[in-house]
Design a protein around this ligand. Structure first.
Ligand SMILES: [Zn+2]
Length: 210
């Protein structure tokens, strides 16, 4: 199997939208979908919820007949280093770059940044940094490994609208899940991601089954 591109996938709304759009807009191409489990001692319940989301979403895509992908999962435990020494996105790109080296035919890296992200201070710098990590570790250049941003002109509302409801409701985006009844975990409604999502839900009542 030859892969057109690699799609880092966390199970969150943005990476799910990037995955859904890429797979459905390129039905004749095959992609490597890639989950990096980062065990950095920060938030174990988030790792669990993301993992469940990834599996449920990929199962649902297959059920819908969207099957032009192969799924691979890597796990890194660097919790012994204490507080995370690097951004999650840096670790993800490092791991993705090593995969790219194993598959020389890969010519695209699908990045899930959305319009809202670019409004954050320092976002472009972080993006430049993870780009550097990607090219350095993969030993590629911008000519033979293109970074594509399918969501960069979309704001959160449009990103949520870009996928079917049955997929959207399987995503998990909260950074700090909280305990609820019956050992369930619920969204915190306090982290930056929850706040952005809650704002969209508030401005568009009844539009989303989320
Ligand atoms: Zn949250």
């Amino acid at each position: 199997m030859k892969y057109k591109g690699i799609i880092p996938f966390s199970g969150g709304i943005d990476s799910t939208a990037a995955l859904y759009l890429t797979l459905t807009e390129n039905p004749d191409k095959h992609y490597l979908v890639f989950k990096v489990n980062l065990i950095n001692g920060e938030n174990g319940s988030r790792t669990v919820k993301e993992e469940q989301a990834v599996i449920a979403i990929l199962d649902e895509l297959r059920r819908m007949g969207i099957q032009n992908f192969t799924y691979r999962r890597l796990s890194y435990d660097y919790s012994q280093l204490g507080p995370p020494p690097i951004w999650d996105s840096e670790a993800v790109n490092f791991a993705a770059a090593t995969c790219v080296r194993a598959y020389p035919e890969i010519e695209e890296f699908v990045e899930g940044a959305i319009g809202d992200d670019y409004l954050q201070e320092g976002f472009q710098d972080r993006l430049d940094q993870i780009e550097k990590v990607l090219y350095l570790v993969s030993e590629r250049t911008a000519e033979d490994l293109r970074i594509v941003f399918p969501l960069k002109d979309m704001m959160k509302y449009e990103v949520m609208k870009s996928m079917p409801d049955n997929i959207l409701k399987l995503t998990w985006s909260c950074r700090y899940p909280e305990g609820a009844d019956m050992w369930q975990l619920k969204r915190c409604h306090k982290c930056a991601t929850c706040k952005t999502i809650d704002r969209v839900l508030q401005h568009h009542p009844g539009e989303f089954d989320y």
